[in-house]
Design a protein around this ligand. Structure first.
Ligand code: FES
Length: 377
């Protein structure tokens, strides 16, 4: 089947990565390792213009993320502008830097939804992973304040080999904090997480135990009628088929980096593909016409085994970034797929997870100094 002109729908999801500045240092951060190279950030007016163009294209949902978006002083102004345009707005935050006063200001500006991320269910582990002693108490207080102000709240825990065995305590904490939704997302290996993969990937046994615990809680909470939505995401590395990353390349998702590069996913900047800047082109051109956004649309670009695969319309050959990171060529099938000739890389990583003795203090933490060191910025 040939589809030289795949149908292109609007970018329903806009992710505004407002800044790479962040007070925490999580070693599994999906931000690019070379983030220290990007010093500049779009101005308030430039961001608002991006929102306006995205809304005109048909975007309906806008996520504010980073880095830590709270370090942007103009956040209330950005929220208000997006809200007035009709976006459903979501703040994705560590909670560090949040105050009750800011929560009120965001509410008045029209913020719809808040996601707070935790590193662990206890202070000691949380501090070790976040690289901050004060983070845990602050997160607890802010989660309570978010609920007290009536926001719907998602609590997000990134799981890895050092915290996945405390999943029962993590769920208990989420119940205690009255989360509306809980995301227990096993680490995916992009950015800093990929750099630290050996020290983060859980074993298959850890995943199986965690899944069983989640199931027990789901049944218990359904029976009590007091169900926080409990989402458990297994890592790609234990799948036999790849995910349809981002719902397809340039299909629904549009991300803009702090300095204005437009990307079809948050990791694409590492690919050897030219991506456009919102400072040079309007979003209509970027979404429909640019080389970067068209590079992996449709199916004609696919080599085998994806080209003749009956599943290609569900998984689009998997994740281009993962293919690039693991095989050096983003055109290849995602090695997660057992049909990929590179699937052995995934099997080797699973084996490594069984043998490694790497501890938390041996991980490379995400901070400016390490970014500069790695890339000699
Ligand atoms: Fe970039 Fe999957 S994260 S295509």
């Amino acid at each position: 089947m040939s589809d030289s002109k795949p149908q292109v729908n609007p970018p329903l999801w806009l992710l505004a990565e407002l800044t790479y500045r962040c007070p925490l240092q999580c070693p599994y951060c999906s931000n690019p390792i070379d983030f220290a190279k990007q010093e500049k950030e779009l101005t308030t007016e430039q961001w608002i213009e991006v929102f306006r163009q995205a809304r005109e294209l048909g975007s309906v949902q806008l996520g504010f993320s980073g880095g830590e978006p709270l370090v942007r002083k103009d956040l209330p102004e950005l929220i208000k502008a997006a809200h007035d345009m009709g976006f459903y707005t979501n703040l994705i935050t560590s909670g560090i830097g949040l105050t009750e006063k800011k929560l009120t200001a965001f509410s008045e500006a029209g913020l719809d939804h808040i996601q707070i991320s935790f590193q662990a269910s206890d202070e000691t582990l949380n501090s070790a992973l976040a690289g901050s002693q004060k983070a845990f108490q602050q997160k607890l207080e802010m989660a309570k304040a978010v609920k007290a102000q009536g926001y719907p709240m998602v609590l997000n825990f990134v799981l890895h080999r050092h915290n996945i065995d405390q999943i029962d305590r993590i769920i208990e904490l989420c119940i205690e904090l009255e989360a509306d939704d809980v995301e227990l997302a096993t680490c995916q290996f992009y950015g800093w997480a990929h750099l630290n993969r050996e020290g983060l990937l859980p074993t298959r046994e850890q995943i199986a135990r965690a899944e069983a615990t989640v199931q027990v809680y789901r049944e218990r909470m359904a029976a009590s009628g007091n169900l926080a939505n409990l989402l458990f995401v297994t890592p790609d590395y234990y799948e036999e088929r790849p995910k349809g990353c981002m719902g397809g390349w340039g299909a629904i998702f549009l991300s803009v980096t702090p300095e204005g590069d437009a990307l079809p996913c948050h990791s694409a900047r590492q690919l050897p593909v030219k991506f456009p800047s919102v400072l040079e082109h309007d979003l209509k051109h970027i979404w429909y016409e640019s080389f970067g956004f068209n590079r992996y649309r449709g199916y004609d670009w696919m080599p085998e085994p994806c080209r003749s695969c009956p599943e290609k319309e569900q998984d689009y050959g998997g994740c281009r970034c993962q293919a690039y990171m693991l095989t050096g060529n983003a055109d290849n099938a995602d090695p997660v797929c057992s049909k990929s000739p590179h699937h052995g890389k995934i099997l080797a990583a699973r084996e490594e997870a069984n043998c490694t003795t790497m501890q938390i203090d041996q991980l490379t933490f995400r901070n400016r100094a390490n970014s500069q060191l790695i890339f000699k910025v």
